[in-house]
Design a protein around this ligand. Structure first.
Ligand code: GLN
Length: 221
């Protein structure tokens, strides 16, 4: 009898635009098998898909062009977990204020570019005791705000008048970019959500990350 070789559960990173390499590096730091997802066949053995940040309109066009939007919806119905970072969160939202929603798989309402222009990007640190013992660095790049959560969606991080991270049983969304900091807490959380065991620890110190590094985006005189 022919035996199928079991495929180790893998995390996929949608490879159309945005912070693909950084997500793959974070998963590698956790020792988790990961792969780029560009075509329908790349979903084989993928337990969870990360939709990186980038530009949501561009990403939606590329997803449609390649038929990957349908593929994600079908795989999601069959159990695929999803994590949208920034533009990825916009694509997953059921409501995008003033615009048509795209995948609409998560009952949240988001407002794009809610902090202003690219120059209004910023870093900050927060405490998220449920996810990490020490404070967690966050990088916001022309980020959206999650303004409201539907039934079954819980907030992982509320700041001022918005939610910065939220989840339901199958989807995680963050309006910031954990892949652009040395912290692994959100990647570890998503990997566990996908049913893949992972150890604590593995954080790297990254001297390039600075809480005020977006200051360098000010126009050069
Ligand atoms: N501003 C982008 C959008 O609306 C998102 C930016 C990001 O992903 N960092 O699509």
């Amino acid at each position: 009898m022919r035996q199928e070789t079991p495929v180790a559960p893998t995390i996929g990173v949608l490879d159309l635009q945005g912070g693909v390499v950084e997500h793959l590096e974070h998963l590698a730091a956790l020792g988790i098998p990961a792969r780029r997802v560009k075509l329908a066949k790349d979903f084989e053995g993928v337990a969870g898909l990360i939709i990186p940040g980038g530009e949501s309109t561009t990403l939606s066009r590329l997803l449609q062009r390649d038929g990957l939007d349908r593929e994600i919806e079908e795989r999601f119905r069959a159990g695929l977990k999803l994590w949208g970072t920034c533009a990825g969160a916009i694509l997953l939202a059921r409501e995008v204020i003033g615009e048509a929603a795209f995948l609409g798989l998560m009952d949240i309402s988001v407002q794009r570019n809610a902090f202003g222009s690219q120059l209004d990007s910023f870093n900050r640190t927060v405490d998220i005791p449920a996810l990490h013992e020490t404070s967690v660095p966050l990088t916001f790049i022309r980020a959206p705000k999650i303004l409201s959560l539907g039934e079954g969606v819980s907030s992982l991080l509320q700041i001022d008048d918005y939610h910065a991270a939220a989840e339901d049983p199958k989807i995680l969304v963050t309006v910031f970019h954990p892949e652009l900091t040395p912290n692994l807490a959100f990647h570890r959380h998503f990997v566990r959500k996908c049913g893949i065991p992972v150890q604590d620890g593995g954080e790297r110190s990254d001297d390039r990350w600075r809480a005020n590094s977006w200051v360098s985006f000010a126009p050069i005189p």
